[in-house]
Write a protein that binds this ligand. Structure first.
Ligand code: P5A
Length: 445
């Protein structure tokens, strides 16, 4: 992409309405624009990051054996009356009437809708286990939408639902989700800690939230520092292996980690003082096992091996995809702007032409642009007739992890400069070497 032809409405001034850094940087970097309270348009740069996160979530879900589909945003109130949640859900639910006076709602979550699909089509234990998921917009009429996409009213969520014959099988699904979520967040360059939490309106006693530590997080969290040393890394996980998934869950849930909703000060105080940590966190996902809470009232039964009809065991699992964009920025920025982890960056490398209009510099940039594009290293080329300082400031603000600077002085020696956004370190390389270096960095990401 050439910046002169792109749509990147960066703001020079700090927007007054933004209280936290991710919101400020997303507005300044031209990623989002508020449409109305808690509802945002995703401008091209923001949309690119959102899509990238969506891709990672899909890849990891499919890897775990879960099946993608798509359900609508608008739902009929009747299904929610069957589960009893139409009245329970309260004011967070946006209720709408259609022209025939029928009660509709903009889905805040999809347990009822998926249970209806299941009961219409599945009747035997032989069709289980089954996990279906989608990534779709949700609406919750939050009392205080704030912090940009962190607490929106309309937001993008991955929500998945497992159907299993009994509790043991459903707990395997729970563990499988925990492992696949750990892997998803690690791929995004985040440390997200599973913490015992409260299940709220979704239900059930078994639930973990995944929290990214950040001062601006809305949740108060308490944890054993030892949990920070855990990583999944490149482990070979067989998601069908219930014992392996359970062992990984055990590893992550043994050190104390809880949100304030479930915090137990006696247990916490039993941890050696130097490992006792309390801070704030951003909830980027939550998993639930709620058994037959929906299947029983909605009549979602399957025939078991003995031929008896039994209500199916279910859980649901959510990732806040749009919130993650903000969470990654909270975890990765400096005073100049965003610093995207390579795995989620909207463009892999920026090209800065220090002397636009200089025949040699222009030709070198064009050649690099072509080469990087051909190698799949999607570049963003700042080809505007701007001062070098302004170009650097824009690149720093939008946070591409690598920048290639091209100028007449370097070109005299046949070199360009490759700079890391994170460390600020630069290296002079001939253009082919710079491309090869980037290929190495992005290999396997
Ligand atoms: C699990 C999937 C559920 O809704 N039903 C289907 C279950 N869980 S949840 O915890 O309520 O939401 C899942 C994740 O969605 C994100 N989230 C939000 N993101 C932005 N703005 C909001 N207002 C908002 N509310 C929830 C969170 O990341 C949450 O973990």
């Amino acid at each position: 992409m050439r910046l002169s032809r792109y749509f990147l409405p960066v703001l020079k001034e700090n927007p007054a309405e933004a209280q936290i850094v991710s919101h400020r940087l997303m507005l300044r970097a031209g990623m989002i624009k508020q449409a109305t309270a808690g509802i945002y348009s995703w401008l091209p740069l923001g949309f690119k990051v959102l899509r990238r996160l969506e891709d990672i979530v899909h890849e990891e879900q499919v890897r775990a054996g879960h099946i993608p589909m798509l359900m609508p945003t608008l739902q009929s109130a009747d299904l929610w009356r069957e589960s009893g949640r139409y009245d329970d859900y309260g004011e967070e639910m946006l209720r709408i009437k259609d022209r025939h006076g029928r009660d509709m709602l903009y889905g805040p979550t999809n347990e009822e809708l998926i249970t209806d699909i299941f009961r219409a089509h599945v009747g035997s234990y032989k069709d289980l286990p089954l996990t279906l998921y989608h990534i779709q917009w949700k609406f919750r009429d939050e009392v205080r939408p704030r912090f940009g996409v962190m607490r929106g009213r309309e937001f993008f969520m991955k929500d998945g639902y497992n159907f299993d014959i009994d509790q043991d099988a459903a707990i395997h699904a729970y563990d499988r989700h925990m492992v696949s979520y750990l892997r998803t967040y690690e791929r995004m360059g985040l440390k997200a800690i599973p913490m015992r939490a409260d299940s709220g309106p979704i239900g059930g006693d078994n639930t973990h939230e995944f929290l990214v530590l950040a001062e601006t997080g809305e949740s108060e969290v308490f944890y054993d520092r030892a949990i920070l040393d855990l990583t999944l890394g490149g482990r070979d996980v067989d998601y069908n292996d219930a014992a392996q998934c359970a062992a990984i869950k055990e590893e992550w849930t043994t050190p104390y980690a809880r949100t304030d909703e479930t915090h137990d000060s006696d247990l916490f105080n039993a941890i050696p003082a130097e490992r006792r940590m309390s801070s704030r966190g951003i909830e980027v996902g939550q998993i639930f096992y709620f058994g037959t809470k929906y299947s029983e009232p909605m009549g979602a039964t399957v025939a078991n091996a003995e031929g008896e009809k039994v209500p199916v065991h279910m859980g649901s699992h959510g990732i806040g995809v749009s919130r993650l964009v903000g969470a990654i920025i909270e975890a990765s920025h400096d005073d100049k702007g965003i610093i995207w982890p390579e795995a989620v960056t909207p463009y892999k490398v920026g090209i800065v032409n220090l002397k636009q209009g200089d025949a040699e510099a222009d030709a070198a940039c064009e050649a690099l642009y072509k080469e990087l594009t051909a190698k799949g290293l999607e570049p963003l080329y700042d080809d505007r007739a701007e001062r070098a300082g302004a170009k650097f400031a824009t690149m720093d603000l939008i946070g591409l992890p690598w920048r290639i600077t091209v100028g007449p002085r370097g070109l005299k020696n046949g070199v360009v400069e490759l700079t890391s956004r994170r460390s600020g370190e630069s290296e002079e390389l001939v253009p082919a070497e710079a491309v090869a270096r980037l290929q190495g960095i992005y290999a396997g990401i």
